[in-house]
Design a protein around this ligand. Structure first.
Ligand SMILES: [Zn+2]
Length: 312
């Protein structure tokens, strides 16, 4: 079952969208499985019997949406460029653009997929939870094409997952809901190049008065120490690039400190993935945590990865 899931996921995440439609018949799958609304983890519909969301449509819809938006852009005025609007009209113009975008979404996506969106209004069955950096340049829905209903998402500075022993946070509250109620099958932590949060982590001194940001990024301290140990001969910028990836793996490992995550990973019901978006070269690296190669205890922890891919 776990292999089957990974197979489908890699088909989705690979750039074989055109093939996917004919392979998995998403439309048929979606319409023949009845919906019900989960009220708690015990009564929730099993993820094995849930309808697959219409992944196949996002590419088609996006191209349609983009084409329509392009025509609108041409036929209206030049103020649809966000930078021009900010300079020309300030906040009012920005919200004017936002309104246009919303109405374009409504007309070109929502209304054309009314059945799909009406079903989503009753319940969600995302296959993914995504934890990404709050950085405005790395929106997962934009770069990976996640559509409404496909990914339960949280974004924070430096895409960090705290250890369970550090107590409640927005991040682990979202994790709990995604894993125990939504029963997602994949958690993807996405880091990125030139991450200011990681740079901050690498810079801060322990004796400096802490801001909220400093306190938060110390959730990545283990990754920082590992980076310093492994890259002492490298420049600060190179150390930051290393730590950007090391902290992703540390977050994956930290997730195993939550028993309700570890149990599902151990039994093959949940897979933990890392992703790294380089927005300078526009490349994406994806890998999966190899649970059998991981060691987690108070004294030391280590990780192993598998199924590494590089998309360029
Ligand atoms: Zn970042």
């Amino acid at each position: 079952m776990a292999w089957s899931t990974r197979s489908r996921v890699s088909s989705f995440l690979g750039s074989e969208v055109g093939v996917m439609g004919s392979l998995f018949h998403w439309d048929t799958c979606w319409r023949t499985v009845p919906f019900s609304v989960p009220t708690n983890s015990s009564s929730a519909v099993s993820s094995r019997t849930r309808p697959w969301p219409k992944f196949m449509n996002w590419a088609r819809m996006d191209s349609c949406y983009a084409a329509a938006s392009f025509k609108e852009k041409q036929s209206e005025n030049k103020d649809t460029d966000v930078r021009n609007m900010a300079e020309a009209g300030g906040e009012h113009a920005l919200f004017g653009l936002m309104k246009q975008r919303f109405l374009s979404f409504k007309n070109h996506k929502y209304m054309k997929e009314l059945e799909h969106f009406q079903a989503l209004s009753k319940a969600q069955y995302p296959k993914f939870m995504v934890i990404a950096c709050a950085d405005s340049r790395v929106c997962p829905s934009n770069i990976l094409g996640f559509q409404p209903g496909e990914a339960f998402m949280i974004r924070n500075i430096a895409n960090l997952v705290p250890l369970m022993k550090n107590g409640p946070s927005e991040c682990n509250a979202a994790l709990e809901f995604a894993v125990t109620t939504l029963e997602v099958e994949n958690i993807l932590v996405i880091g990125h190049s030139s991450c200011a949060g990681i740079e901050n982590l690498m810079k801060i001194q322990e004796d400096v008065e802490s801001s909220f940001i400093n306190k938060w990024v110390t959730n990545g301290n283990v990754a920082k120490l590992r980076t310093k140990a492994a890259t002492a001969h490298l420049s600060f910028a190179q150390q930051c690039r290393f730590c950007e990836k090391e902290s992703i793996n540390q977050s994956l490992l930290n997730m195993l400190s939550y028993p309700w995550i570890e149990d599902k990973v151990r039994s093959g019901l949940l897979s933990l993935h890392g992703g790294y978006y380089n927005f300078s070269s526009c490349t994406f690296e994806k890998w999966t945590l190899d649970f059998n190669g991981c060691t987690v205890n108070e004294e030391s922890s280590s990780y192993a990865i598998k199924e590494q891919e590089f998309w360029s």
